[in-house]
Write a protein that binds this ligand. Structure first.
Ligand code: SAH
Length: 216
């Protein structure tokens, strides 16, 4: 599959939809979504629908998030260039690519070996390489590279992974879907001091679950 003028045109429509219907205002987020060829992260049978606001199955029974969810989560990070971002749940690598396209220094962790390998190859092919890509359990974060300016969790956590909050800088933000498997509340924590966090909630979503240990 290539990135054709047709794909580029469809991306522009998607960006307008995200701006007008979803209310995304961070131009850097919209520009990154306009840049990253989402269809190349999907199985070819979904190519025609890649720029609709839909989630699709990826390897290991996981899901690539809706573009609107990727845009909303990314906007909530309030990302600045060259910030260190820890992503938990690399999945297809699409969200990783969006963060890299925004000139963040991205560290990403995935617990499914097939997806880790797929995303590793894809992100290199597209020259959208994160700083570090790890096959491991995101509950542990990446202590070697901590602290991070921002942390983004792309799977739904039933319990708050407190180790991740330790790995956040003072002033840093973590965006995470929190709740049981059928519904999670998109939540943002801002670290005010080692022990104080501001908590904000941004509505209900359904993510695949954040699971312990690794697979494969
Ligand atoms: N951002 C991804 C979304 C993938 S779905 C994309 O754009 O495609 C969420 C991912 O989180 C899945 O791939 C799942 O395997 C992964 N995941 C779940 N629990 C995890 C954990 N403890 N550590 C790392 N990754 C995890």
């Amino acid at each position: 599959m290539q990135d054709s003028f047709l794909h580029k045109g469809k991306r522009k429509f998607l960006v307008e939809y995200l701006r007008e219907k979803i209310g995304i205002t961070d131009e850097k987020v919209l520009e990154a979504i306009n840049t990253v060829p989402r269809h190349l992260f999907l199985e070819s049978i979904f190519e025609d629908y890649a720029y609709e606001d839909r989630a699709f199955p990826i390897l290991a029974k996981q899901t690539i998030s809706h573009p609107s969810t990727v845009a909303e989560q990314t906007e909530l990070l309030e990302l600045n260039e060259k910030e260190k971002v820890l992503e938990i749940g690399t999945g297809s690598g699409f969200q990783t690519a969006v963060l890299v396209a925004m000139n963040a220094w991205v560290y990403t962790v995935e617990r499914q070996k097939d997806l880790h390998d797929f995303a590793h190859k894809k992100l290199r092919e597209l020259h959208l390489r994160p700083k570090f890509q790890s096959f491991g359990d995101g509950f542990a974060g990446l202590p070697t590279f901590a602290p991070f300016d921002k942390i983004l969790v792309t799977c739904g956590a039933e319990t708050l992974p407190t180790e991740l909050l330790h790995q956040l800088k003072i002033g840093g933000k973590m965006v995470i879907p929190l709740g049981k498997t059928d519904e999670q509340i998109l939540t943002r924590f801002t670290k005010r001091s080692e022990k104080e966090f501001e908590k904000e909630e941004f509505g209900a979503y359904k993510f695949v679950p954040m699971l312990n240990s690794t697979n494969g």
